[in-house]
Design a protein around this ligand. Structure first.
Ligand SMILES: [Zn+2]
Length: 140
């Protein structure tokens, strides 16, 4: 996948994008399981319940794995290399995101790096992304 995609909201993901535009990270949560999940969908992936509501999450997590992409998507040749990370949120779900505000090298982006959500404006969209938690890691 490209790290530079532009999302297409669906009815299931509309709340996610609307809240991101307000600078907040919200995720769907299953009523019976009381667990957050991602990506957004109408039914809980664990139990199948449609008792799904939305709540704001901390935006804090850790880098669980990452790849550093050295091949630019067309039109983004100036942006490589860039990292695509799987971030495991404190609440449990995993999101795929870029890690901003840090050199895109394995010396600076590590498995277990504490990160926090930040928001990147891309065209008409506000994308939830992550950066090293202030005061930890190699924040610059
Ligand atoms: Zn459930």
């Amino acid at each position: 996948m490209s790290g530079r995609f532009v999302p297409v909201p669906t009815p299931e993901t509309r709340t996610y994008w609307d809240k991101a535009a307000e600078g907040e990270l919200w995720l769907p949560r299953c009523g019976p399981c009381a667990e957050f999940f991602f990506y957004p969908r109408a039914f809980c992936p664990a139990c199948g319940s449609d008792d799904v509501s939305w709540a704001r999450v901390s935006g804090r997590g850790t880098v669980e794995s990452f790849v550093i992409n050295h091949r630019a998507a067309p039109g983004y040749e100036g942006d490589v290399p860039y990292a695509i990370a799987f971030v495991k949120l404190a609440e449990g779900p995993r999101l795929t995101a870029n890690i901003l505000d840090v050199p895109q090298t394995p010396e600076h982006i590590k498995v277990g790096l504490p990160v926090e959500v930040t928001f990147e404006q891309r065209g008409d969209f506000t994308l939830p992304q992550f950066r090293p938690t202030a005061g930890e890691g190699a924040h610059q």
